[in-house]
Structures are given as structure tokens and as C-alpha cells.
Design a protein. Structure first.
Length: 392
């Protein structure tokens, strides 16, 4: 009798477990279906309003890619932030922000590297100037080709926004949470009125150091601060932090917010992406993660002036820095060696500026990397930029 009761109890437990498993499976299926539905609706919203973008067609034959450069499994995109206060996104405005984003489709990860805008690089006309000079002279096409030429990249597409668009996105998302230091708070309060005026918004000041839910003008001002310790190097860190915070919120936004962002921000975006590519990016945005980010060049000298370019950032061996950049952006790229073009540019920069890579630097870095076991990003350097203007 006792055995029969135990058998019935076991059978009842198994039946309950099967029912729970079925409910779990149904819940998982429903969750996936809802997620797919959200993605499809989001994509349809973007596709329906594609004409709001300022689209710029760049012909494939106009894109310069160094011989031997192949990016299997990756899509590499250039992101530019214009410093125009009038919404000008083409040639004639400097790129306040230059970011290379590498999308790893296998790992569903996006890594970002800020190219310091004062970095001395070879332009498309073979002259040498600051990195942001390319966008000023020839718009996004020249800027893309400059990045491909100097960094062995295969960028074909870009997106450019000005800081009003960024302020609008932050406000539509309900702000972004960022910890602000006392020096940052003081400097932000000094310049936030200028940003607010340019973006036609109200200026709100901070009450000192602390963690804040920054509004649009505050977030943009925070991202553009330069006249602090670390100069442009720290500013690019702030820019990438703001992008990370926005990305986190975008992944959780509802369709109503997406629709508002499309209507408000898309007219302020210049891009070469096609409708199909944008739809693909939107659908991927919900499933991809932002990985590590850094600044380029890693090893640098900012104590020199170069002809009419003025104060510049000079890579301590451009070829070696490009090698490290590929190691960071494309960790699964095999057997990469810098192209002859990058090696030539690297040699020219060293020869004309007199700035050479210190002997033993590579061995020192290898030893430091072996000792670094905390998993943090140690590639991003610090220093003081000679140019102290907050926005320019």
C-alpha cells in the first residue's frame, strides 16, 4: 500500500514538472514572438520615415581601401559629431568627434575607438594635417578615405550628427545617468547655457559633484568638456560614455519613443546608409552589445607643433599603433600586418616630425599586459591637450 502511494506521488511530481516545463517553453516562445514583433514594428517605423534622413550617396569606386585590407565577419562604420551650430553636416564643418565602430556579427558585439581629432595623419591629397581637417575639407567622403588610408580600415558608410540632435535624443529618452566630478560640474555649469541656446532648450545647472540624470544640454556639454585634466583624451572618454548610456536606454525604449526620435532626430542626421542597411541596423540594435572602447593613438606625443596645423597629437609609431588598433577592434582577425601604405605614412611622420617610437616600448607594454589581470581596458591614454577650448 505504501509503495502504491509513493508511486502515485512520484508520478504526480513528474506530471507537475512536465506542466511547469510546458509553461516555461510557452513563455519562452511568447517572449521570442513578442521580441520579434517589436523588432518588426520598429523596423517598419524606420523604413516608413527613411526620407527624413539627409542621405548622401558615396559610390563604391570613390572609397579608398589599402591593398590587402579585408574585414571578414566585421562591418566597420565611421561616426562623426559635427561642431556646427547651424546644422551643417557636410564639408565646411570640423568633426568634433571621430569614432570608428567595429561590428562583430558572429559575437554580436560593437567596439568603438575614438580617433583624437588633433592626430597628425596623411590626408587624401597626400598632405599632413589633423584628423578632423579631412571632414572640413572634403566632408564625410574625404574623412572616410582618410581613416581607411591611415588605419588600414574598410569603412564604406558613415553617420554624422550635430550636438542638437544628441541633446534631442537624450531628452526624448528621459535623460541619462552619469556620475560627475566637482571640476566637471563647474565646467559644465559654465558652458551649458551656450549648448542650450544652440539646441533651443533650457539650461539647467548642477549642484556640484554627484550622480545626475543629465538632460540633453547637460549631457552634450559634459561630452564636449576639454578644459580639464586629460584634455581631449578625457573628453573622448566622456563622449563614449554618453554613447554607451544612450545605447543602454535605446535598447529598452518603447515604440512611441522610437517614433518620436525618428521624427525629431532623423532630419538632423547625415548618412550614407541605404534603407535596407538602416533596417538591418535597427533590428540588430536590440540583440547586439556594446563592448570595450578606447582612444587612438594609444602611444602618443602631444608636445609638438606641425606647420600650419598647429599643436598636434603624434603617434609614437603609427604602424605600431595601427597594429594595436586592429588587435583591439578586430580581436579575431588573423595574421594582420600593416599595409605598405600605413608603413610609409608612419615612416614619413617620424621623419618629418622627429618623433620616433622609444626603444623598448613594445617590450614594456607586453610586460604590463601580462601583469594586468583585472580585465580592464588599459589602452586608452591620458594627457593634456594644447588646445583648451571647450568645444573647438
Amino acid at each position: 500500500m505504501a509503495r502504491r502511494k509513493n508511486l502515485k506521488a512520484v508520478q504526480a511530481a513528474k506530471a507537475r514538472k512536465k506542466r511547469r516545463n510546458r509553461r516555461k517553453k510557452r513563455a519562452i516562445i511568447m517572449t521570442v514572438e513578442v521580441l520579434i514583433l517589436v523588432v518588426l514594428i520598429g523596423v517598419s517605423i524606420v523604413m516608413a520615415k527613411f526620407n527624413k534622413f539627409q542621405t548622401v550617396s558615396i559610390e563604391p569606386e570613390d572609397i579608398l581601401i589599402n591593398e590587402g585590407v579585408e574585414m571578414e565577419g566585421y562591418t566597420t562604420v565611421a561616426l562623426f559629431g559635427g561642431d556646427s551650430r547651424k546644422g551643417q553636416l557636410e564639408a565646411g564643418t570640423h568633426a568634433d568627434t571621430i569614432i570608428v565602430a567595429a561590428v562583430n556579427h558572429d559575437k554580436k558585439e560593437i567596439r568603438m575607438a575614438s580617433v583624437y581629432r588633433d592626430t597628425l595623419l596623411e590626408q587624401v591629397d597626400d598632405t599632413y594635417h589633423k584628423a578632423n581637417h579631412a571632414y572640413f575639407e572634403g566632408g564625410p567622403e574625404d574623412a572616410i578615405n582618410m581613416l581607411n588610408k591611415n588605419l588600414d580600415l574598410a569603412i564604406e558608410d558613415y553617420a554624422t550628427v550635430d550636438f542638437k540632435a544628441l541633446a534631442d535624443v537624450v531628452d526624448l529618452l528621459g535623460g541619462i545617468e552619469i556620475e560627475v566630478t566637482e571640476p566637471e560640474a563647474k565646467m559644465l555649469n559654465k558652458y551649458v547655457a551656450e549648448t542650450a541656446k544652440a539646441s533651443k532648450k533650457k539650461a539647467n545647472k548642477l549642484d556640484g559633484a554627484g550622480t545626475y540624470n543629465l538632460d540633453g544640454p547637460q549631457a552634450v556639454t559634459y561630452a564636449r568638456l576639454r578644459k580639464l585634466e586629460g584634455g581631449d583624451y578625457k573628453r573622448t572618454e566622456r563622449q563614449r560614455l554618453v554613447i554607451n548610456k544612450i545605447f543602454e536606454k535605446v535598447k529598452k525604449m518603447d515604440l512611441r519613443t522610437l517614433n518620436k526620435i525618428v521624427d525629431t532626430v532623423f532630419p538632423q542626421v547625415s548618412t550614407s546608409f541605404s534603407l535596407t542597411e538602416i533596417a538591418s541596423l535597427v533590428s540588430a540594435g536590440l540583440t547586439y552589445e556594446l563592448g570595450d572602447n578606447t582612444g587612438f593613438p594609444f602611444d602618443k606625443d602631444d608636445s609638438k607643433r606641425y606647420q600650419s596645423a598647429g599643436s598636434v597629437v603624434i603617434a609614437l609609431g603609427l604602424a605600431e599603433n595601427v597594429r594595436d588598433l586592429h588587435k583591439f577592434l578586430f580581436p579575431f582577425e588573423e595574421d594582420y600586418m600593416v599595409s605598405e601604405t600605413v608603413q610609409r605614412i608612419s615612416d614619413n611622420i617620424s621623419y618629418t616630425t622627429g618623433v620616433v617610437r622609444p626603444a623598448g616600448l613594445d617590450a614594456q607594454k607586453e610586460e604590463e599586459e601580462m601583469q594586468d589581470t583585472d580585465g580592464t581596458d588599459t589602452l586608452d591614454g591620458e594627457g593634456i591637450s594644447a588646445d583648451e577650448n571647450v568645444g573647438d
